[in-house]
Design a protein around this ligand. Structure first.
Ligand code: SR1
Ligand code: MG
Length: 414
């Protein structure tokens, strides 16, 4: 195997020159590169030429960027991300950045530069409202479900795609960080989490209470089992608000838009698909629900009423968009023997599982490694109560997922 060679700002131009298929997109002779990666895992370079054209190169490192070389991680995750973009390009091209191809030898993806877009979590933290992003994402997930599962592929094609998309190292991270570690006191024997506490001290008593709640632990076990065994579609696998870019178009402001929205249609694109694998589609829906709950905790703590009211509508609106697209695509299923009654029941099961996964995804961002800014960056007087609101709501989602409807989940804690 060739020795791994990481790109640097200085080597990007030469690298681009070695990929002639990208020559129409950016001029290697005048390119300047900047490393802009701020995630947990990879190197990300923006390459911009003298005429202002640009693209993104993303390279997997053989370890986890957030933890350093103490935490080795397969570079094959870049191939998984390429698969995610290829599937979405075929099924829902507006839902991802334009994909310009994958260099398997160097584990580098080339893609559209979303320079004037914002990471959704950053926008949410700033109090912004991007109404309509949730609809794009709901449709995107329905298209993945219908296109990559057995409604879109014959049995043998589905089995092959499932096998080819296996992503055990990244799934293991999710199993540990989402479903296991939040519920135990983590003892670091590897040096990987050096100096990173699992949670902030104001919530110690609540963490102990949750870890002693047998209904919650049973629900989390059910959901972990569902995550590990339900291979139904090529899901994104890590669809939190840091994996979504949003932008507001420049057209006139829509009638009835919320006051802080500004003008133009909102667009949303999913990025960072390296966790993709054949798994439960409800996990992606739940990732969105859980991260909107974190944003709601922040909005309430900061007295941002308008944003909080809007955030409360997002799970229903996303699930409605998912359901509408699901039923739109249903008549074209490749195997017509699947009945309408089955489809109705499956949708109900997806709703319940998404609520439960949403709970686990919110909890893991407050208890564990790889926490997020929503609550952690609030002031010392605000973050304890905000975390308690999120954690208690999230626990109810897990334990009550079979009786709750998506339309009520944001109001559960009121
Ligand atoms: C160990 S990687 C930490 C987290 O970053 C990614 O975004 C995933 O959510 C993962 O759990
Ligand atoms: Mg990511």
């Amino acid at each position: 195997m060739a020795e791994f060679s990481p790109l640097t700002e200085a080597t990007v131009a030469a690298y681009l020159a070695s990929r002639p298929e990208l020559a129409d997109l950016v001029d290697p002779a005048s390119v300047e590169a900047t490393e802009i990666g701020d995630g947990n895992l990879n190197l990300v370079f923006r390459a911009r030429d003298r005429s202002g054209r640009s693209l993104i190169l993303k390279q997997a490192l053989p370890y986890l960027r957030a933890a350093g070389e103490a935490w080795p991680l397969t570079i094959e995750r870049a191939a998984a991300e390429a698969r995610a973009y290829e599937a979405a390009t075929a099924l829902s091209p507006t839902s991802i950045p334009e994909f310009h191809g994958y260099d398997a030898e160097n584990h580098i993806l080339a893609m559209e530069d979303l320079a004037d877009w914002t990471v959704w979590r950053t926008a949410l933290d700033a109090g912004e409202i991007h109404s309509g992003a949730e609809v794009e994402l709901g449709r995107y997930l329905a298209r993945l479900y219908m296109g990559t599962g057995v409604m879109g592929l014959s049995g043998p094609a589905f089995a092959e795609a499932d096998a080819e998309s296996s992503n055990p190292a990244l799934c293991r991270i999710t199993e540990d960080l989402v479903f296991t570690e939040p519920y135990t006191e983590y003892v670091d024997t590897t040096g990987r989490r050096a100096g990173i506490p699992q949670y902030f001290p104001e919530i110690s008593d609540l963490v102990a209470e949750l870890r002693a709640d047998q209904d919650l632990l049973d629900g989390v076990s059910d959901l972990k089992y569902e995550f590990m065994t339900r291979h139904e579609a090529l899901i994104h696998g890590d669809l939190h608000t840091g994996s979504v870019m949003v932008r507001r178009g420049q057209e006139a402001r829509p009638t009835g838009a919320l006051t802080s929205e500004g003008g133009g249609r909102v667009e949303a694109k999913a990025i960072d698909g390296e966790f993709c694998f054949y798994g439960p589609i409800a996990f992606d829906l739940g990732a969105l629900f859980g991260n909107w709950l974190l944003a709601l905790g922040r909005a309430r703590a900061l007295g941002r009423t308008e944003q909080a009211v809007w955030l409360e509508t997002l799970p229903s609106a996303a699930f409605e968009a998912f359901s509408d697209e699901y039923w739109r695509l249903w008549p074209d299923r490749v195997d017509q023997s699947f009945s309408d009654g089955f489809a109705r029941r499956r949708l109900g099961e997806i709703e319940a599982a998404a609520i439960g996964f949403g709970g686990t995804k919110a909890i893991r961002r407050l208890i564990g490694f790889a926490r997020t800014t929503d609550i952690d960056t609030l002031g010392p007087d605000e973050r304890g109560p905000a975390a308690e609101f999120v954690l208690r709501t999230a626990a109810r989602w897990v334990t009550g997922r079979h009786s709750l409807r998506v339309s009520e989940i944001m109001a559960v804690a009121r």
